[in-house]
Design a protein around this ligand. Structure first.
Ligand code: 8YV
Length: 315
């Protein structure tokens, strides 16, 4: 069977890109200097598209790919994929859930620990030789504090298990209560009021854009900490900066941002904010597993017309 033409719209790690190139005719849209020319030359031949979790795929691009059969996302989040459009055209959309759940949950816990116990400052303190001169500052005890989880999906549940083992209370909100041993609250304001740490773990996209706004941050309050390991778009970043500046919010631990890799200068300057470069799934083991699953979805489609992980909207 002739190898299918695949459009690559995000930079991919070699352990995914190389096997893809061996199996398919890959066309690197993300690196192309003349993108319209690439689409004119090859657009009509493209049958598969590979993108990252945060990659935005405009419908205009998909219009230029009339033979497209499948979008395989290298990531769990598919908020950049126009799913209604794909449904209409019968384009399959697959992602890489499960394999990254533990790593992303670990990062949420790390951000809780770093913001509450001041480990980033403590590390700087030792490196700078300050310990020789004075005692380190005291942090905040985590046991007995409440973690509010926005979005109790696979990742949210893995976070809940971890913080429960740290003797923290878990409350959550979402579309409906689930059969879980955690307290459900019906809305985000109530969740923020109940929580010491509000952990954002829901999908990104239009439905959740700026869900965490000035009002929610004010409900979280001056003893509260915001943790975001999901998508930057869910938090109103300007409101977050204002709340931190006014000290109506205690701290923030962020792995994701609205306009990555650009981070507001005000956040970079703050000592009570821990910033990570979107490393939730960034371990060798997990990225390899994501890459394998991303390619396996394409392979399965082009050999058997089925996929391993179809997103819920298209099920
Ligand atoms: C990855 C992510 O950084 O899975 C996601 O949705 O955002 C991350 O795990 C990204 O997908 C890599 O392209």
């Amino acid at each position: 069977m002739e190898a299918a033409d695949i459009l690559i719209t995000a930079p991919l790690p070699p352990f995914l890109y190389e096997p893809l190139k061996q199996a398919y005719r890959c066309h690197d849209y993300s690196q192309a200097t003349d993108k319209p020319a690439l689409l004119r030359d090859i657009g009509r031949e493209i049958r598969g598209l590979v993108q990252g979790g945060g990659t935005v795929t405009p419908t205009e691009l998909l219009d230029a790919l009339p033979a497209l059969e499948i979008i395989s996302v290298f990531g769990v989040g598919y908020d950049g994929v126009p799913t209604d459009y794909c449904k209409r055209r019968g384009i399959k959309v697959t992602n890489t859930p499960d394999v990254l759940t533990d790593d992303v949950a670990d990062v949420a816990v790390a951000l809780i620990l770093m913001t509450a116990r001041g480990f980033v400052r403590a590390n700087r303190f030792v490196h700078a030789g300050e310990w020789l001169k004075r005692s380190p500052e005291l942090g905040t005890k985590l046991g007995g504090r409440t973690v509010g989880i926005l979005g109790l999906g696979r990742i949210g549940k893995a976070i809940a298990q971890r913080v429960q083992a740290m003797q923290m209370e878990v409350v959550y909100t979402g579309r409906k209560p689930q059969d879980v041993p955690y307290r459900y609250v019906p809305d985000l304001d109530a969740l923020a009021r109940a929580a010491d740490f509000l952990v954002v773990a829901c999908p990104g996209g239009a439905a959740t854009r700026h869900l965490v706004d000035a009002r929610v941050l004010s409900a979280l309050g001056s003893d509260g900490t915001l943790i975001n390991i999901a998508r930057g778009s869910i938090v109103d970043e300007d409101a977050l900066v204002r709340a931190l500046q006014a000290k109506t919010l205690r701290a923030a631990g962020l792995d994701v941002f609205d306009n990555e890799p650009n981070i507001p200068a005000a956040l970079l300057a703050m000592d009570n904010v821990v910033l990570l470069p979107h490393v939730g799934s960034a371990t060798r083991e997990t990225r390899q597993a994501m890459g394998d699953l991303c390619k396996a979805n394409l392979d399965r489609w082009f050999s058997e017309r089925s996929v391993l992980t179809l997103i819920p909207e298209l099920n």
